[in-house]
Design a protein around this ligand. Structure first.
Ligand SMILES: Nc1nc2c(ncn2[C@@H]2O[C@H](COP(=O)(O)OP(=O)(O)OP(=O)(O)O)[C@@H](O)[C@H]2O)c(=O)[nH]1
Ligand SMILES: [Mg+2]
Length: 215
């Protein structure tokens, strides 16, 4: 298979494991603004990182089949905390603050970056970082900063393309190729990408199965 190809449809048992996991209880635990506030690292976790407005909160809502679990909004930069959600008894889903919000004050940006860097480098139980990339734009300079941070943190990251329902076939092909070329330069990149639409449901079963498989 080509590196960074789209992940195949999950096998039936993996799909079912993912479905069951996400059909179970999921609860907001807390929003964290400093490393000292992190919940105990007593279960594995996956996090969702990406530019402000890329669709992180919407994706968490789609995965968990809840309308308003993670706050999704039209106001960029809304989610300024690291939000922890308990998924069943053994996992956390972590909604990270969006980066690259042009109108955020410099001091605020510096604070987020420091927190993000500390979290990505220092969380023992973090099994995978899903980095969301808007399918309409591909990987941008601000995304590269995060990908490089993840390379240095030795955290495996997997790219999730978002808003697939908003692009035509030509844009989809061009931006997928752009992402694949960019990922070739990153040591920590997982070799498959997942194409999603929180609106239409594309890729949601695949992502659920992927998360259910991580131990
Ligand atoms: N058409 C379409 N719109 C989407 C999709 N995912 C998210 N959106 C829209 O994109 C906007 C931003 O989505 P959010 O989920 O709030 O983005 P976010 O990454 O959590 O943003 P911050 O918390 O500010 O970093 C909202 O208006 C969503 O409705 C999608 O798959 N398709
Ligand atoms: Mg959000």
């Amino acid at each position: 298979m080509l590196p960074f190809a789209e992940a195949p449809e999950p096998e039936d048992d993996a799909r079912e494991a993912g479905r069951l996991l996400f059909a179970g209880p999921v609860d907001f635990v807390k929003g964290v603004v400093a490393m000292s506030g992190l919940p105990p690292a007593d279960r594995i976790e996956v996090c969702f990182a990406g530019r402000s407005n890329v669709g992180k909160s919407s994706l968490i809502n789609a995965l968990t089949n809840r309308k308003n679990l993670a706050r999704a909004s039209n106001t960029p930069g809304r989610t300024q905390e690291i939000n922890f959600f308990a998924l069943g008894d053994f996992r956390y889903l972590v909604d990270l603050p969006g980066y690259g919000y042009a109108e955020a004050p410099v001091a605020t940006v510096a604070k987020w970056q420091a927190l993000l860097r500390a979290y990505l480098a220092g969380r023992q139980t973090l099994r995978r970082a899903f980095v969301l990339i808007d399918m309409r734009h591909g990987i941008m300079a601000v995304d590269e900063e995060i990908l490089s941070m993840l390379d240095r943190s030795a955290v495996t990251f997997q790219v999730v393309l978002t808003k697939a329902d908003k692009v035509n076939a030509a844009t989809r092909a061009a931006n997928t190729a752009q992402v694949q070329a960019a990922l070739a330069k990153h040591a920590a990149a997982y070799p498959e990408i997942i194409v999603t639409s929180s609106e239409k449901g594309d890729g949601i079963a695949t992502l659920r199965a992927t998360i259910a498989t991580l131990v």
